[in-house]
Structure formats: C-alpha cells, structure tokens
Design a protein around this ligand. Structure first.
Ligand SMILES: *[C@@H]1O[C@H](CO)[C@@H](O)[C@H](O)[C@H]1NC(C)=O
Ligand SMILES: *[C@@H]1O[C@H](CO)[C@@H](O)[C@H](O)[C@H]1NC(C)=O
Ligand SMILES: *[C@@H]1O[C@H](CO)[C@@H](O)[C@H](O)[C@H]1NC(C)=O
Ligand SMILES: *[C@@H]1O[C@H](CO)[C@@H](O)[C@H](O)[C@H]1NC(C)=O
Ligand SMILES: *[C@@H]1O[C@H](CO)[C@@H](O)[C@H](O)[C@H]1NC(C)=O
Ligand SMILES: *[C@@H]1O[C@H](CO)[C@@H](O)[C@H](O)[C@H]1NC(C)=O
Ligand SMILES: *[C@@H]1O[C@H](CO)[C@@H](O)[C@H](O)[C@H]1NC(C)=O
Ligand SMILES: *[C@@H]1O[C@H](CO)[C@@H](O)[C@H](O)[C@H]1NC(C)=O
Ligand SMILES: *[C@@H]1O[C@H](CO)[C@@H](O)[C@H](O)[C@H]1NC(C)=O
Ligand SMILES: CC(=O)N[C@H]1CO[C@H](CO)[C@@H](O)[C@@H]1O
Length: 456
C-alpha cells in the first residue's frame, strides 16, 4: 500500500527534472508564456495529418458490363418492353441508370444488351408478370423478389433453364415444393417469410442438383430433414420452420459446408458422432430445438469454428475442454440445456469470445478459484466436489463492486493465479482511494511550489 504514493513521488520527481531542463533550456526563453503543462501535453500535440484531399480522386471502377459510353449498346427492345409491363421506369436506359428501386444488371452483348439480373423491391400488388414478359426475360440468371406481394407466377421452361439464383423474401404470397423443385439449375436459393407448402425439404433439395447455398427460413416448412444432400453445398439455413425428427448422419458428408443453421425447429435425438467430419464449418446453430445427448468429441477436429449455438435444447453431459483449444471461436452459446459439471474455461478464454452464454444449466457450475464471480455467468460456483453450491447465484450486492469503478480495475486480476475473494476488501478500498487522492494533492502542491521557484 505504501508503494503507490512513492511511485507517484518518483513520477513527480522525474517530471520536475524534465521541467527543470525545460526551464534551463536556451531554446525556451523565460519570457515565454507560463510553461505550465505544455511539455506534458506535447506527446499528443503533433498535429495529425488531416485527411489529405487526393489531387485526382480516382473514380470507382465502372461495372464490368459497361464499356465507354460512346460504344455502348442498348437494352434489347423486347426486354425494355417487358420491364415497362412491370412498371419499371425505362426513361433512362436500365442498363446504365443507377439501380434505385428495381435493380437491373445487363450483359455487354451486341447489338443489344440483355438483362442478367432483376431485383423487384417493394412492388405494388397490381403488378402482373405475364408469360410473354417472362419469356423475353429468359436471359436472367438472377431473379429477386423483396417485399413484392404479387400473385405467384408460372415460370416458363426456357426461363428456368438459365436461372442460377432465386430469392423470394416476403413475396409471391405462397410457394410450393413442386414450384421450387422445378428450378433445377439453381446454385443459390433464398426463400424467407413466405409460406412454403410441401411434404418436406427433400421435394425441393432432391431436385436442385447444382445447389451450393440454400436458405428456406421462416416458411412454416414441415417434414423431416433429407437423408441425401447435394455434396457441393456450402451454406444451409433451414431455420424457423417446423422440421422434426433426427439430424441425419449423412449431413456430415458435406465437407465443403461452412454455414449450417437448423435453429428454431422441432428436431430431436442426438447429434451425429461424426459431426467433426464437417471440416469447413464456420458457423453452426441448432438453437431452439429438442436435441439431447453430448457435444460430439469429434467436433474438436473442426479447425475454423467461429460460431457455435446449441442454446435452448436438452443437451447434457459435461462441456468438453477442447472448446478452449478452438483458436477461431468467437461465439459460444450453450444456455438453457442440461449440461452438468464444472465448466472447463478460464477468464482469458471467456474474454477472447465476443459472446459466451452458459446460464440456464442448473447442474453446471464454475470453479471460483479460476473464474471471478464478476463475470456473472448465471450459474452457481462449484463446491469442492464439482457440484453447484446451492442456492444458485444471487446477484444481489454482496460487494462494493457497484459503488466504485470495479469494472475498470478487474481487467487483469482474474488472470493472476491467487484471485482473492475481493468482496472482503470493499471498504478498505475506499479508504485507500481517499488516502491516495489526498496525498496526490499534497504532492501536487509541493511540486507546483518547487516548479515556481525553479522557473521564476
Ligand atoms: C422498401 O420498403 C421499406 C419499408 O417499407 C423501406 O424501408 C425500404 O427502404 C424500401 N426499399 C426500397 C428499395 O424502396
Ligand atoms: C440447365 O442448364 C443447361 C445448360 O446450362 C440446360 O441444358 C438444361 O436444360 C437446364 N436444365 C433445365 C431443367 O432447364
Ligand atoms: C405456421 O404454422 C403455424 C402452426 O400450424 C400456424 O399457427 C401459423 O399461422 C402458420 N404461419 C403462417 C404464416 O401461416
Ligand atoms: C461440385 O463443384 C465442382 C466445381 O467446383 C464440380 O466440378 C463438381 O462436379 C461438383 N460436384 C457435384 C456433385 O455437382
Ligand atoms: C440462424 O437463424 C436465426 C433465425 O433465422 C438467426 O437468428 C440466427 O442468427 C442464425 N444463426 C446463425 C449461426 O447464423
Ligand atoms: C458467423 O459467426 C460470426 C461470429 O459470430 C459472425 O460475425 C458472422 O456474421 C457469422 N456469419 C454468418 C454468415 O452468419
Ligand atoms: C443424457 O440424457 C440421456 C437421456 O436423454 C441419458 O440417457 C444420458 O445418460 C445422459 N447423459 C449424461 C452424461 O447425463
Ligand atoms: C478448482 O481449481 C483449483 C485450482 O485450479 C483446483 O485445485 C480445484 O481442484 C478445482 N476445483 C474443482 C471443483 O474442480
Ligand atoms: C486458460 O486456459 C487456456 C486453455 O486451457 C490455457 O492455455 C491458458 O494458459 C489459461 N490461462 C490462464 C491465465 O490460466
Ligand atoms: C415490378 C415492380 O416491382 N415494379 C416497381 C418498380 O418500382 C416502382 C417505383 O419504384 C414501382 O412503382 C413498381 O411497382
């Protein structure tokens, strides 16, 4: 306790030594304005270079589809007409106008350009997509409906043949599995906030053999997960549906899969023990289902796991220590399950994560000699047998933590090996603070007197 004021004294002496030099320096005439604190300020004073206006701001590189204006060709008149029938403004060439509400993208064909991408946003419900219009738009590779409450459309075969990407968010009233299953050449499918009537996702996924990315979320999709998956899938989001049954082992054959979201369904059973075969996995969520059993050991093999959400299920067993070895992990949510035992984490692991949740596991506890109660994990500390101390943690004020700047000084203390139970030191901390404050003032006065004598 004594060494804190003495450190302060040393700093002051050093400062006054500095000032001493400053006062004596020939470069700083004594007639200059009071040399109050400018030498202390100086480290921050070198003016930062303000954002330099670049002499010739380079224009953003033009989209690859637009050559120099002089040689540009125009959109195919038939497609122009089709766009007009969709109430899309065509006064300006849709291949060049900045995409505002209805985004369009064209190829660089000659003599005419053709549309490759069309996005309809917030359209009025009286818009009709006629067969003629759709046939003339068969060059589209990408079609998106966002908030377009128009009636479902029948897509002609020649239109479907070229379509690679289809998005329907809160649009087209209602879709069926058979309608979506016709879009056989798709690599990307996104359907969200639309009712999808079907017996199960297999009707759709079993037909789209080129899919790489599929999102069918919040669609009230029913049935079971497919047993057969297309092996090139990298992204699967079937969250927010009514899917039931087990997670099939066959899903672990998807070695390119990076993103898997089955959250908010009615899945049951245990996770496949070969989960660790999903070597490309980065984000995974099984949150809000009725899954049980342990976290599979094989998951320790997944090198780049970033995001693991198993919350709100009935997973049980102990939390595996291998999670601490996962270098990339940023998000770990295990709350509201039946895990038991001591959590295998220390403070430095938990601090590394952006999100860490383990609350709502009544048989889980933390070792209070390696984790501070300040982390407020929502679980009880363990007794010496590794069982939760009952009753569960009470977050009432049992320390001075709420009265002083505890949040600022706990930055490193739970890293150190003997973390004392800090609530006993509450009142003495305040006394110490007052003492340091008072002595600081005294020293400052002495310092100023000294300074004024030297510089006078
Ligand atoms: C579509 O409508 C939503 C809400 O009505 C609005 O926030 C959004 O900016 C609109 N988007 C476009 C491109 O008009
Ligand atoms: C998919 O595209 C190929 C050419 O890329 C075409 O031959 C085939 O007919 C298309 N399939 C469907 C179902 O349209
Ligand atoms: C989805 O299904 C549930 C249960 O059958 C039903 O209550 C709900 O209204 C459905 N949602 C929509 C948007 O139809
Ligand atoms: C997966 O994609 C690769 C190209 O990235 C392709 O060569 C291969 O045929 C695809 N596999 C299947 C089963 O479609
Ligand atoms: C999964 O989907 C839900 C809802 O659709 C979303 O809230 C959640 O963030 C998603 N999880 C991941 C890992 O992307
Ligand atoms: C994957 O998880 C990370 C960490 O939580 C998050 O920042 C990122 O947005 C997620 N990626 C996707 C595609 O949801
Ligand atoms: C997990 O729960 C299942 C029943 O759901 C039970 O058979 C199993 O023994 C439990 N495992 C552990 C480690 O508690
Ligand atoms: C808690 O950690 C200490 C020191 O790391 C260890 O000696 C003790 O056995 C642990 N207690 C439990 C219940 O695991
Ligand atoms: C925290 O745990 C990790 C992984 O077990 C370990 O590498 C690290 O040394 C621990 N840190 C401290 C301060 O105990
Ligand atoms: C088909 C379609 O959605 N057309 C819309 C394009 O945008 C204009 C205004 O931004 C709407 O009036 C059209 O309905």
């Amino acid at each position: 306790m004594e060494h804190k004021p003495s450190t302060f004294l040393i700093i002051l002496l050093l400062l006054s030594y500095n000032l001493n030099i400053y006062c004596a320096s020939p470069h700083s005439p004594k007639s200059s304005p009071p040399p109050d604190i400018s030498p202390i300020k100086s480290p921050s004073s070198p003016s930062k270079p303000t954002t330099r206006p670049s002499p010739s701001p380079s224009l953003p590189s033009p989209p690859k589809s637009s050559p120099s204006p002089s040689v540009r060709s125009e959109l195919d008149p038939k497609q122009l007409q089709a766009l007009r029938s969709l109430n899309i403004p065509t006064a300006k060439d849709p291949c060049f106008q900045p995409s505002l509400h209805n985004a369009t993208l064209c190829d660089s064909g000659k003599p005419f350009r053709h549309l490759v991408s069309l996005r309809l946003i917030n359209c009025s419900d009286d818009v009709q997509m006629s067969i003629t219009a759709l046939k003339s738009l068969r060059t589209l590779r990408d079609l998106e409906f966002l908030n377009c409450p128009i009636p479902p459309v029948h897509l002609p075969d020649e239109f479907i043949a070229n379509l690679r990407s289809f998005t329907c968010v809160n649009s087209l009233h209602k879709l069926t599995g058979i309608w979506l299953g016709r879009l056989k050449n798709l690599t990307d499918l996104t359907v969200s906030q639309v009712i999808v009537n079907t017996r199960g996702p297999s009707i759709i996924l079993g037909n789209l053999n080129k899919l790489r990315s599929v999102t069918i979320s919040n669609t009230n999709l029913t049935g079971f997960l497919p047993k057969k998956w297309h092996l090139n899938l990298t992204h699967i989001d079937l969250s927010g549906n009514r899917l039931r049954g087990k997670v099939p082992t066959s899903i672990t054959l998807l070695s390119d899969l990076e993103f898997l979201n089955f959250s908010s369904n009615a899945l049951t059973g245990v996770l496949p023990s070969s989960m660790g075969d999903l070597l490309s996995l980065k984000n995974i969520s099984f949150a809000s289902n009725s899954l049980s059993g342990p976290i599979p050991d094989s998951m320790s093999e997944i090198p780049g796991l970033l995001h693991l959400d198993l919350s709100s299920n009935q997973f049980n067993g102990t939390i595996p220590k291998f999670l601490t070895k996962m270098k990339e992990l940023k998000y770990l949510n295990l709350e509201n399950n039946n895990f038991n035992g001591v959590i295998p984490f220390n403070g430095s692991f938990i601090k590394r994560l952006a999100v860490f949740k383990v609350g709502g596991n009544s048989n889980l506890c933390y070792n209070h000699s390696s984790l501070s109660s300040k982390l407020k994990l929502g679980i009880a500390p363990c007794d010496k047998d590794g069982l939760p101390v009952l009753p569960p943690p009470d977050s009432s004020y049992d320390s001075s933590g709420s009265s002083d700047g505890s949040s600022s000084d706990d930055g490193s203390d739970n890293e150190s090996s003997p973390p004392q139970s800090d609530h006993r030191h509450g009142p003495s901390k305040i006394v110490l603070g007052v003492a340091i404050g008072l002595s600081s003032i005294v020293f400052l006065i002495v310092f100023l007197v000294l300074l004024s004598k030297r510089c006078a």
